[in-house]
Design a protein around this ligand. Structure first.
Ligand SMILES: Nc1ncnc2c1ncn2[C@@H]1O[C@H](COP(=O)(O)OP(=O)(O)OP(=O)(O)O)[C@@H](O)[C@H]1O
Ligand SMILES: [Mg+2]
Length: 237
């Protein structure tokens, strides 16, 4: 199966070191949380993974292949970086049909992904009238059209209500249990505590820690407490 390997990725914007020498992996069959505070460099890293930003140095590979060199990218990697992509006057079903055709996927995937993200009741409504949670589900459905082995999700639980968060957790756990690879970012560290197997902590552009969640919280610490002690931020507001 297809894992993710990031090696020594670096990106500077002017004087801002957004990401510095970042290396980590995300394994298939597991959900990896990419966690860090606002401005830590999560989105920049994920955008470099997907070839949307050119790194100053380093590589990111899916099953050994950079995203831009994948023969059938949407069939390998499903990504949700930004949920504001559907036109407000269109319906979810029409949006998905367009992206299905663009990606060259069989048209029955539209109905399948609507079922997968439980958007059936809303699929024929205009996207402009959607709640944030419905938009998140539509974005995820779009990413799933190519039946990818890997999911890269930037803060997908933003705007989800508690039942939406439970739904997302169940969905991602099942995706990983069937052999998929999930890399999911969040600035709300504890929100993913029951969702993830592995943790990549990033702080001020630097990877502060990688490993299994169980190691990090073995001492009974919350993820927030573990983050503070690992990043020398204890006592700093
Ligand atoms: N296009 C850009 N131009 C200039 N600076 C940028 C750009 N994109 C990001 N940055 C800077 O790079 C740093 C990392 O930003 P990034 O968006 O990757 O953080 P993040 O971890 O995703 O934060 P958040 O939790 O708020 O989404 C920040 O200092 C940000 O201001
Ligand atoms: Mg971000």
């Amino acid at each position: 199966m297809t894992g993710i390997a990031v090696e020594r990725l670096t990106k500077r914007f002017g004087v801002v070191d957004a990401v510095v020498d970042a290396s980590f992996t995300a394994e298939s069959g597991r959900v990896t949380g990419f966690l860090g505070p606002n401005g830590a460099g999560k989105s920049t890293t994920l955008r470099m993974l997907l070839g949307l930003i050119r790194p100053d140095a380093g590589t990111a590979r899916f099953g050994g292949v950079p995203y831009v060199d994948l023969p059938f990218p949407t069939g390998t990697v499903g990504a949700v970086l930004d949920i504001a992509s559907a036109h407000p006057a269109t319906t979810a079903r029409a949006h998905l049909r367009t992206y299905c055709a663009l990606g060259g996927h069989p048209v029955q995937r539209v109905g399948e992904v609507i079922d997968s993200v439980e958007l059936d009741r809303f699929a024929d409504r205009r996207v402009g009238a959607y709640s944030t949670g419905m938009r998140q589900r539509l974005a995820l459905a779009t990413a799933l059209l190519g039946d990818p082995e890997v999911l890269v999700l930037d803060e997908p639980s933003n705007g989800l209500d508690p039942s939406g968060i439970v739904w997302l957790r169940t969905f991602l756990r099942e995706f990983a249990a069937s052999g998929g690879t999930v890399l999911i970012s969040s600035h709300a560290l504890s929100e993913l505590q029951n969702t993830i197997d592995d943790v990549v902590l990033i702080d001020r552009g630097h990877i502060a820690w990688t490993g299994e969640l169980s190691e990090l919280v073995a001492t009974g610490n919350t993820l927030e407490e573990a983050f503070l002690s690992l990043t020398d931020r204890a006592g700093v507001k």
